[in-house]
Design a protein around this ligand. Structure first.
Ligand SMILES: Nc1ncnc2c1ncn2[C@@H]1O[C@H](COP(=O)(O)OP(=O)(O)O[C@H]2O[C@H](CO)[C@@H](O)[C@H](O)[C@H]2O)[C@@H](O)[C@H]1O
Length: 475
């Protein structure tokens, strides 16, 4: 395959450095950039949100209008990858990407079916004939359906194939059928109807994409089980031959303690003194005393997925020890209020910052000794990869990508890079926290060895690219 002749349209609802609410954005930037480096002709398409960074630099390049759909197309670049922004003020000129006052917009189904629909005239207008349309998560789930049912017969798209990557199957985009009424009338939307005429956008993508992948091998395996499939095991088992798991890479150009511009002092394996500076600066920033107790950090969306119910239960006992816990996150207001309450109870030991802050996220990765991810499920997880790169030992549950990326101290002391536990309970998490703390206090040499291994661990996109290339070929 001559890469430069191979055209990939990467369709995503968020892209790091332009608009981000979670890990999907990290991948939607890093993977296209890695593909571009291999010479592929890759372009990204996403909605033109109000909050897009560098909004004023976006260049309007075209517009499209038919009897059913109209939108503008603007362009920005990330490195030398073009990013096409679908401009439709009614749908996308809103303060947030998906929600308002903590609730999803009522018309999210309509917004993202519009976005999925816009992909095709956008390609035609820009005369970009993709070999692969690479979709991501529920927001883009209608694209494979539209490709098969509306465009398969067209000259322009007759050779185009689709791939859908599942970053998080818990979010499926299930909306009432009326929200899809603006799709072409000749399309048979009825065939997508489930109970009460609802459409499941992720399931639609899984049904119609030529190939499907999940963001880690373990998550792909879990998706075939009742327990781990978020209710999608039937359709995924039907498509099992086309499903694979490809581990995400980590973007070390954004996450490297040697060059990280957010850190007050950079550091590396050969000179870790900067990590102490980061630690002090973190303590000052979040208002904790500057002493040298073990620091446990968390950066996450406040959702059940991230295991906050286990964490809160475990912290109630763990905070009697001489430790500091620093949590940064936004999301579920109930979880936020529980965390605020707990931090008022232990003001010297627990700092909870309810904010979305890139700067704090980087500082926590650098300034903590341990990083907590007690997830209920975790398709891949990126923060544990960032932690490893910053010599901050992850404490994770053995699930999805966490299982594929962290080696437990008790299981394999010679190669360990963190602490891994199985049972999803506050008690087992508490045991792991104590296990880590005990080692920190009594065997600093063992902790040092683990940090040395952690900081050298690499999850490179270059290692995952051959698998994506193979997926494209098979599609
Ligand atoms: N308050 C805050 N302030 C600053 N930054 C914050 C933040 N809250 C979260 N972030 C950032 O958002 C990203 C979270 O990425 P994760 O992969 O850990 O989880 P997420 O569940 O969003 O992604 C989903 O998609 C990714 C990508 O495939 C999978 O790895 C993952 O398992 C899946 O659930 C990180 O870059 C993190 O630093």
């Amino acid at each position: 395959m001559n890469n430069s002749n191979f055209k990939i349209l990467f369709v995503a609802s968020e892209v790091e450095s332009l608009a981000k609410t979670g890990g999907l954005a990290d991948v939607a930037k890093a993977l296209p950039l890695a593909l571009k480096e291999q010479g592929f002709d890759v372009r990204i398409v996403m909605p033109f949100y109000k909050s897009i960074n560098r909004r004023e630099q976006a260049k309007s390049i075209a517009s499209y209008q038919s009897h059913t759909i109209g939108f503008g197309i603007s362009e920005l670049k990330i490195a030398d990858v073009p990013v096409y922004l679908v401009e439709h003020d009614d749908y996308f000129l809103r303060d947030e990407l998906y929600t308002e006052n903590g609730h999803g917009f009522a018309d999210n189904g309509e917004r993202f079916s519009f976005f999925s629909q816009a992909v095709f005239p956008l390609c035609e207008t820009l005369d970009f004939k993709p070999d692969i349309i690479h979709c991501n998560d529920w927001h883009t789930g209608l694209v494979p359906f539209l490709l098969e049912k509306q465009y398969r017969g067209s000259e322009f798209f007759k050779d185009t194939r689709s791939v859908i990557t599942i970053h998080n199957a818990a979010y499926q985009g299930i909306f009432p059928g009326q929200q899809f009424a603006k799709l072409e009338s000749q399309l048979n939307i009825d065939e997508l109807y489930e109970d009460h005429h609802a459409v499941n956008m992720l399931k639609t993508g899984i049904r119609f994409a030529n190939k499907i992948n999940a963001v880690s091998p373990s998550y792909a395996a879990e998706l075939l089980t009742h327990l781990g499939s978020h209710g999608l095991s039937d359709i995924l088992n039907e498509r099992a031959d086309d499903l694979s798991g490809i581990l995400n890479g980590c973007d070390y150009s954004d996450w490297d303690p040697q060059t990280d511009p957010y850190l007050p002092s950079n550091y590396s394996q050969s000179d870790m003194s900067g990590k102490t500076v980061c630690r002090q600066s973190l303590q000052i920033k979040v208002g904790l005393e500057q002493n040298d107790v073990a620091i446990f950090g968390v950066v996450a969306r406040l959702t059940e997925q991230k295991g906050f119910h286990m964490l809160i239960e475990a912290l109630e006992d763990f905070l009697i020890h001489d430790v500091q816990v620093i949590i940064v996150g936004t999301g579920d207001p109930k979880l936020a209020s529980q965390l605020h309450q707990l931090s008022q109870q232990y003001p010297q030991k627990l700092a909870f910052i309810e904010a979305y802050s890139n700067e704090l996220a980087h500082l926590i990765e650098a300034g903590s000794d341990f990083f907590l991810m007690p997830s209920v499920f975790e398709p891949c997880g990126l923060n544990q990869m960032y932690s490893l790169a910053y010599a901050t030992l992850p404490i994770v549950r053995a699930v999805g990508g966490l299982k594929d990326t962290v080696i437990d101290y008790d299981q394999n002391p010679e190669q360990a890079t963190g602490f891994v536990f199985e049972q999803p309970s506050g008690q087992t998490l508490l045991n792991s926290l104590r296990r880590a703390l005990l080692l920190y206090l009594e065997h600093p040499d063992a902790i040092q060895d683990m940090c040395d291994r952690a900081i050298q661990t690499r999850f490179l996109w270059q290692d995952s690219l051959p698998q994506y290339t193979e997926l494209y070929k098979q599609a």
